[in-house]
Design a protein. Structure first.
Length: 241
């Protein structure tokens, strides 16, 4: 079953076309990767899917229904959550408070929100840091906190925007394991990432965006052997013989 469909999506900012007639579909239960050079349009596409920007053209369907132009908070209640490339927690509030904010997307009761938040924090190995101020966390723990806030909304589709940026190799490996477990728990994942060994290991399929247009889509092996992708983004070291 197709959980997300992007149909001829276009986003224009004045005279700049950031995304042009982009198509993709993500099956329920998939990990789908999106890669491309800086400025290629990845985050703009994410923002159109997540309701931050209204598309200039085309359509976005979630569970078969158009969601184009809907506000992020309404999409969150429908089961679509996202993280941001630059994490901005409530720095002067506790880790637990930050995640409870996400929990209130699906409950109006403080006790239920706290139970859900603690459950998510335990899953992300942050349960011993619930009372620490979010501003005092390491970058790796801030990335986990960003995911925790999104997971606390109980999403069906989770959009991850460069959650591994700035992490050490061992931390990248831990994040890969976390994302795989998220999928095992029944959540579909749409991920942007620049760390190629991670995105290639994680994704069932990958789309490549360049100057706002899709230049390739397929399995990691297919994408890594595509001449246009190698030339535009990956480099010869990723070529599959």
């Amino acid at each position: 079953m197709k959980l997300l469909e992007v149909k001829s999506l276009t986003k224009q900012f004045g005279g700049l076309r950031a995304v042009s007639a982009f198509d993709l579909s993500i099956e329920e239960g998939e990990i789908f990767g999106l890669i491309g050079p800086n400025g290629a349009g990845k985050s703009t596409l994410f923002n159109c899917v997540a309701g931050v920007y209204p598309p200039s053209g085309g359509d976005v369907l979630f569970s078969g229904k158009s969601i184009s132009g809907q506000k992020p908070w309404n999409l969150c209640k429908r089961g679509l959550a996202r993280t941001f490339q630059i994490v901005k927690p409530f720095a002067s509030r506790s880790v637990l408070y930050n995640v409870m904010v996400g929990s209130f997307a699906t409950t109006g009761k403080s006790a239920a929100a706290e139970r859900k938040a603690r459950e998510v924090l335990a899953f992300l190995h942050l349960d011993k840091k619930t009372e620490i101020l979010a501003g005092n966390l390491t970058i790796a723990d801030r990335k986990r906190l960003e995911i925790a806030r999104a997971l606390a909304t109980e999403p069906r589709l989770l959009l991850l925007d460069e959650v591994m940026a700035g992490l050490r190799p061992t931390e990248v490996d831990e994040m890969v394991a976390i994302i795989r477990t998220i999928r095992k728990n029944g959540i579909t994942v749409f991920v942007i990432e620049h760390i190629m060994r991670a995105i290639m290991a994680l994704s069932d399929r990958i789309a490549v965006i360049h100057f706002g247009q899709k230049i390739a889509e397929g399995t990691p092996a297919e994408v890594a052997s595509d001449k246009n992708v190698i030339k535009a983004y990956l480099g010869e070291e990723y070529a599959v013989s």
